[in-house]
Ligand binder design. Structure first.
Ligand SMILES: Cc1cc2nc3c(=O)[nH]c(=O)nc-3n(C[C@H](O)[C@H](O)[C@H](O)COP(=O)(O)OP(=O)(O)OC[C@H]3O[C@@H](n4cnc5c(N)ncnc54)[C@H](O)[C@@H]3O)c2cc1C
Length: 367
């Protein structure tokens, strides 16, 4: 019998394998596609933020920064002596019209209680800080300017976690788990992302296709934060000498990952040009689509022990936040598995019982 089997070697599986191995558990990670062609993490935008409504999500975002900032020490291995996640700490700027502003004022109370370091700025003052912005139709904005939010390279981060887990004794193997009952282990962790339902059919997490466009613009602002424009739902950030921009359009039941190219002309370009007039001149240079592991009940994580099994734990449903939450989730699951309860951030609010009793715990907006 195995000690621990983790199903899915994506970012959640790799983080959990790392933290469990650090505690001396013998971990076997089973991954059906070691090239990760359709996995969510390599197709993500790499963003990490603490600007959420719920305190647990704020604290998971804070831990992401702490963890990522230390990986040159903690994830160092013989084969990877200088691990990095290529962090770009440009911050997040979230823009709100009257529809979402009141909710964000409430969120700011939680930011304050968690010492998140978020600043609030009325729309009338935005241009003083961000010369490129057109504030029409905005009421307020929240942002961080002290290098505490930003984005990373998801591949490099995954690689660093996986290498360290392997050095600590974890084994990553190719395999396609058809049923949870096929596994013989003391502890089973389902980290199967948007495919979790194939293994645990009572978990309401499904693949939701999101498209990201790559664009080029004669005017480049390398210091631009990851900016989310709530009135349009479009978000963007610099990427090298170009920009990446996410479509607000998401789709269920899409077996293929062909980008929704029409979204560019219909939704994304108009919203970008409206908010940053210089983006009128931009040119599409590429794009891709990937799946969010979408929790269709309340857009929030589902983490903890599955009550119908003696030994099955799960982590999924991150709905656009799984990369940034992976350090806190890997640590939290390890605490739960090895000591019976959460020791650092209490993640019990993300337990699956709320799903069975249909108690929604919705995090207000999804970017
Ligand atoms: C366009 C886009 C932008 C995003 N932007 C961000 C962002 O800026 N910040 C952020 O934090 N998050 C972002 N996300 C979300 C983030 O990528 C996901 O929440 C996260 O990757 C989920 O991690 P995971 O390990 O659970 O799933 P995955 O990364 O999908 O990994 C799951 C793995 O499990 C394997 N697997 C599944 N079933 C089985 C099985 N039965 N047997 C064996 N292996 C199996 C799969 O092959 C896969 O490799 C974005 C996602 C997309 C698509």
């Amino acid at each position: 019998m195995d000690d621990v089997v983790v199903v899915g070697g994506g970012i959640i599986g790799a983080s959990t394998a790392y933290f469990l191995s650090k505690e001396g558990r013998k971990v076997r990670v089973i991954e059906r596609d070691p090239a990760y062609k359709k996995a969510s993490f390599p197709l993500s935008l790499g963003g990490f933020r603490r600007q959420f409504f719920q305190k647990e999500n704020i604290n998971l975002g804070k831990f992401a920064l702490e963890f990522i900032s230390n990986i040159s020490n903690t994830l160092k291995t013989k084969d990877n002596p200088n691990p990095t996640a290529s962090m770009v700490p440009n911050g997040y700027l979230l823009l709100f019209g009257s529809k979402h502003a009141d909710e964000q004022y409430e969120a700011l109370k939680n930011h304050k209680a968690c010492e998140a370091g978020t600043k609030n700025i009325p729309a009338s003052k935005l241009k003083e800080i961000f010369s490129w912005i057109n504030p029409d139709g905005l009421e307020t904005a929240t942002y961080t300017d002290s290098k505490i939010e930003g984005w990373i390279d998801p591949h490099m981060f995954h690689n660093a976690l996986k290498n360290k887990a392997i050095e600590l004794g974890a084994k990553f193997e190719k395999g396609d788990v058809k049923k949870i009952s096929d596994i013989n282990a003391k502890t089973i962790v389902s980290a199967a992302g948007c495919w979790t339902k194939e293994l645990l059919d009572d978990v309401p997490v499904v693949p939701q296709k999101h498209t990201v466009f790559r664009v080029k613009c004669p005017k480049h602002y390398p210091e631009m934060p990851l900016t989310g424009d709530l009135p349009s739902g479009v978000y963007w950030r610099p990427e090298g000498k170009e920009y990446l921009a996410g479509s607000p359009n998401s789709k269920f039941d899409c077996p293929d990952l062909e980008p929704e190219w029409d979204d560019f002309e219909n939704l994304v370009w108009p919203a970008l040009a409206n908010r940053v007039p210089e983006f009128e001149q931009l040119k599409l240079t590429g794009g891709w689509a990937g799946y969010y592991d979408c929790n269709i009940l309340d857009n929030n994580a589902i983490v903890g022990k599955h009550p119908k099994y003696e030994n099955v734990f799960l982590a999924t449903g991150f709905t656009g936040r799984g990369l940034m939450q992976s350090p806190g989730i890997g640590r939290g699951l390890t605490e739960l598995i090895t000591t019976g309860k959460y020791q650092t951030i209490d993640l019990s609010c993300f337990g699956i019982d709320r799903i069975f009793s249909k108690q929604k715990r919705t995090e207000p907006y999804v970017l």
